[in-house]
Every structure is written in structure tokens, then in C-alpha cells.
Design a binder for this molecule. Structure first.
Ligand SMILES: C[S@@+](CC[C@H](N)C(=O)[O-])C[C@H]1O[C@@H](n2cnc3c(N)ncnc32)[C@H](O)[C@@H]1O
Length: 511
């Protein structure tokens, strides 16, 4: 183990994910839903940014001045190179939390974010972060924090222990970490095949093992092979953050806001009788068996009177980013998959179908004949945003300022798509954040920049790019072998891209 790692996995680099919950523009919708004044966010900081995809997209796509650190130098180097490409001014470092949090040259922050960090680090690092939040988060500022949660993660504790102990005891010294992960998983599977009593009385352990086997190995290494690994109870975190003067604001996961998706009527009533907000969340975590929480906390919550709440939420501007005909009218919460009422969703989707940004007030006005109340419209919009079908839009002046930065970052992302499929989001000045864009869509965008506008030309470009690298297209999970069939499949995908997605990408200013 290198001595800078502090027990954290550093032999293999982390994945290249993008996490929209860290977009400061996404704070307003859930805050307004619980009648809290959303902060104005000008300075922000991400602790433990991984490969830095998220922080770079946010720094390029808005006026927010971003800072961040991740002590893995390979990852920090990649993140810094993205910031240089975008010329976004993001200040990204390779310091440990202990070093970074004690820098004297940092501004105070309106928004501090840490995703997938807090339940994987030592007590000392947790203390550094808490002290940083206490000192550096401005009054009115917001903390976004996600973490593995009890009771949902309780069954996984023994699995984590078994996997990491196997790696520590059984793997030959110096063996590569990914090999250790595979060997440990194989071992636990063999153990479970012997029907141990532990597995019989804890079926969720077997289910978790099955999930872990299908997950990305780099992610599994970071999730389960860390020296420090401790799911947290909500009440314990509330106590720690309370010392930094923070109170719980609301979930950052929009679908958590919709009780009908997560609680039965009786459960809802049971919770409503609990007046202590922290205990209510603790009990809710039992009801939904919470495994992972993504929450906003605030230093000095400001309650909005109803008139101001209604006024503010009517001004939020949104845009449909999903293809209208592909927006599925079902959604999954803790209660499982639920159908969405067509009489509510269809009229809203019709208004948004031209993908032009509209305020919620305008939508309400257009629907005045349909008998839909503002509260119903707002909940439907939160569900669609939570499903990833729509985004909140920033003002046009901010979009114009961000455009040069997102263009440069997107060019870098597109260039990487020639050889790799790891960056699957692009930066949009419209939502101040990331937009999903698969590798073939990125290659089609590259082709169109080179004047190849027809589906066949785009397909040929994509094929000429991937085939010398020995790569093939998949259809329904199976590799397509012949050149002819690859080209035919790519042409179908390019046709769909031209007919349905290109105009949305243009409205999002990524094409
Ligand atoms: C599970 S990854 C999450 C990365 C990123 N937030 C994401 O969600 O994609 C945790 C990250 O924290 C970094 N990290 C862990 N301990 C750290 C420390 N003490 N100081 C700085 N970075 C640390 C790791 O290098 C790793 O990139």
C-alpha cells in the first residue's frame, strides 16, 4: 500500500461516471418542493472528484467557480487536463482531504458536494471534511452528500468483510487488485453453494452477491476492498453535521419526494405522526430499506411562505430532453414499478414536446382548461426530472457565457470517443450540466461535424472508427460479426439519431 492512500484503494483508477445530483442548478426544484429558499450558488467545491468528469462538466456549463480535490494523482491529472481543454478555470488538486481542507487560499463556498466518499474513508478524514464544512460553507450554503446507509446496507457488511478478508489473506502478495476481486467473488460463490446457514437466514446476502457479480470490477474494488468501509445511520450523520450547524433540507433524489412511489397510505400516515424530522427520516429508512442516501443539508434553512414558494416555482424553467414518443409512463420507487396517470402526464408532455424551454408558470397557464392543479403539475415535473426525461434550464445570458467552455470540453469528449466508450455524457450550457450521449451518438456527432450528414455516411464513419480497433456493434447484447451487418445496424441507429435526437442535442447546444 502506498502511504498516501490512507487505506483507500489506489492501485486501480475509478470509473468515469457523471452525477447530475452535483449540478447546483438541480438544488432549486427539491428545495422549492419543501418550501425552502434555494441558495444562489457562485462558488462550489467537490471533495473526492474521482476522474473529475462531473466537476468538469459543471465548471464548463455554468458561471459557478468550481474547486476540488482527489488524492489519486492519475485521476487528478486527467481531471486537470479536462479543465485545461475547457478553459473553465476549475481549480482541481491532487491533495488529500487533510491537505486540501487546510489550504488558506480557498474562498468560502455556497455549495460543497461529496458523492460516494463519506462512508468509505477513515474517521480522521471524516473529521477533516466536517471541519471544512463548518468553516468553509457559507451561511445559507448547501452540502450535497451521498453515502451507504443502514439499515439497507446491513446485509452487505458481512459480504464486504468476507471479500476484503479473502483479498488480504488468500491473494498472493503483489497480485493485481482486479484479480483479487475476481478470486474473492469466486470464493464467496463457492461458499454459498455449500448452503451455509448464514445464507439461508439472510437471503438478501445471496441477492447482493448476485448484484455485485454483475457490477463493473473497478467499482466493486472501490466499493468493497477499502480498508475503511462503514454504512452510516441517518441520525448519526445528522448529529455530526449538526455540529457544523447544518440541518437536513431534503433528498437530492427527486423521486424520493413523491410519497405515492415510496410509501403506502398507512406508512405515510405513520410517518406523518412523527414530529421529530431526524427520527422521521430514520423510520423512513426502515420503511424503504434505504441502502444509499443522496441528500441536501443546509447551513441556515430559510422557510418560504406559501405565496413566495408558489411564485418561485412558477419561475423555474424546464425543457424536455427525452424523445417524446419514448418517454415511458411508468416509474420505479421503493414500492416497485408504478404506472403514471396519462391524464396528468400526456398534456404536460404535449406542451413540452417541442423541446423549447418553458416556465412552470407558462405550463400551468396552458393547462388551465385541463383542471390540473399546480401541485399536481409540479409533482409530475419532479417525477419526469427524476426519471431523466427533463431538466431545469439556466438563464440565457449564463448559457451564452458557458457555450465556449462546453464546446471545448465536448470536443475533447468527442475526440476520446474515437478510441474509448468511457465518457458517456456531454456538457450542455442549457441545463448547466451533463447530458447522456452514448458512444455511437458521439461518433455520429463527429461525423456530422465533418459534413457527413446522411445515416449511411454516419454509419460508415462510426464503422471506420471502430473496426480497425477490432470493435463490433452489439444487438440485444450479442456481437454482430460481419461488416455488412455492422453497417446495417449502425445505419439504423444513425437514422434514429437524425430523426429523433439530433434536434434535441441542438436545442441542448451540444450539437
Ligand atoms: C468511490 S470514489 C468516488 C469518486 C467520485 N466522487 C464519483 O462518484 O465518481 C472515491 C474517490 O475519493 C478519493 N479519495 C479517497 N480518500 C481520499 C482522501 N483522503 N483525500 C482525497 N481523495 C480521496 C479516491 O481517490 C476516489 O477517487
Amino acid at each position: 500500500m502506498n502511504n498516501w492512500t490512507d487505506g483507500y484503494i489506489a492501485d486501480i483508477e475509478y470509473t468515469y461516471g457523471y452525477y447530475g445530483e452535483l449540478n447546483p442548478l438541480r438544488v432549486a426544484m427539491p428545495f422549492l418542493n419543501v418550501a425552502l429558499m434555494p441558495p444562489t450558488i457562485a462558488t462550489a467545491c467537490e471533495l473526492g472528484f474521482g476522474q473529475g468528469v462531473t466537476v468538469n462538466i459543471h465548471a464548463a456549463a455554468s458561471d459557478v467557480r468550481w474547486y476540488g480535490t482527489d488524492f489519486n494523482p492519475g485521476q487528478a491529472a486527467f481531471a486537470q487536463s479536462l479543465a485545461e481543454s475547457a478553459r473553465s478555470g476549475a481549480q482541481l488538486f491532487d491533495q488529500s482531504f487533510g491537505e486540501f481542507c487546510n489550504r488558506a487560499d480557498l474562498p468560502d463556498f455556497d455549495f460543497i458536494a461529496l458523492h460516494g466518499i463519506y462512508s468509505w474513508i477513515s474517521d480522521e478524514n471524516q473529521r477533516s471534511i466536517l471541519d471544512f464544512v463548518r468553516r468553509k460553507l457559507k451561511v445559507g450554503g448547501v452540502l450535497y452528500i451521498s453515502y451507504n446507509t443502514l439499515p439497507g446496507f446491513a446485509a452487505t457488511g458481512p459480504l464486504q468483510h468476507l471479500l476484503s478478508e479473502h483479498g488480504r489473506v488468500m491473494a498472493p502478495p503483489g497480485s493485481p487488485l482486479l484479480g483479487k476481486v475476481d478470486a474473492a467473488l469466486e470464493f464467496v460463490e463457492k461458499l454459498m453453494a455449500l448452503n451455509p446457514v448464514y445464507g439461508i437466514v439472510n437471503p438478501s446476502f445471496i441477492e447482493r452477491l448476485r448484484q455485485v457479480k454483475n457490477q463493473n470490477r473497478q467499482y466493486v474494488a472501490h466499493e468493497y476492498f477499502n480498508h475503511h468501509w462503514r454504512p452510516l445511520r441517518f441520525a448519526d450523520l445528522a448529529e455530526s453535521l449538526g455540529e457544523a450547524k447544518l440541518t437536513f433540507a431534503c433528498s437530492a433524489h427527486y423521486l424520493d419526494h413523491v410519497d405515492a412511489l415510496n410509501l403506502t397510505t398507512d406508512q405515510h400516515r405513520f410517518l406523518a405522526e412523527l414530529t421529530d424530522p431526524v427520527f422521521r427520516q430514520t423510520v423512513r429508512d426502515f420503511i424503504v430499506n434505504a441502502q444509499f442516501r443522496r441528500d441536501f443539508w443546509v447551513k441556515g434553512a430559510r422557510r418560504l411562505p406559501l405565496v413566495d414558494q408558489v411564485e418561485a416555482l412558477k419561475q423555474l424553467k424546464i425543457m424536455l430532453t427525452g424523445v417524446r414518443s419514448e418517454v415511458a409512463l411508468n416509474v420505479t420507487g421503493a414500492l416497485g414499478k408504478r404506472d403514471m396517470t396519462p391524464t396528468v402526464y400526456d398534456p404536460i408532455l404535449e406542451i413540452l414536446a417541442d423541446h423549447a424551454p418553458k416556465t412552470i408558470g407558462e405550463i400551468e397557464q396552458s393547462l388551465s382548461g385541463a383542471g390540473l392543479r399546480l401541485a399536481t403539475i409540479y409533482e409530475a415535473i419532479m417525477v419526469l426530472a427524476g426519471k431523466g426525461d427533463l431538466v431545469v434550464v439556466q438563464d440565457e445570458a449564463a448559457q451564452a457565457r458557458a457555450k465556449a467552455h462546453t464546446d471545448r470540453l465536448n470536443l475533447r469528449i468527442l475526440d476520446r470517443a474515437r478510441t474509448s466508450s468511457d465518457l458517456l455524457h456531454m456538457a450542455s450550457p442549457v441545463n448547466g450540466g451533463g447530458v447522456a450521449a452514448g458512444r455511437f451518438h458521439q461518433l455520429f456527432l463527429l461525423a456530422s461535424r465533418q459534413g457527413r450528414q446522411s445515416a449511411d455516411e454516419m454509419a460508415q464513419f462510426a464503422w471506420d472508427t471502430i473496426s480497425p480497433q477490432g470493435q463490433r456493434v452489439l444487438r440485444e447484447g450479442k456481437t454482430i460479426e460481419s461488416q455488412e451487418d455492422n453497417l446495417a445496424e449502425l445505419a439504423i441507429q444513425a437514422r434514429d439519431f437524425i430523426d429523433h435526437r439530433l434536434s434535441i442535442f441542438q436545442k441542448l447546444q451540444i450539437a
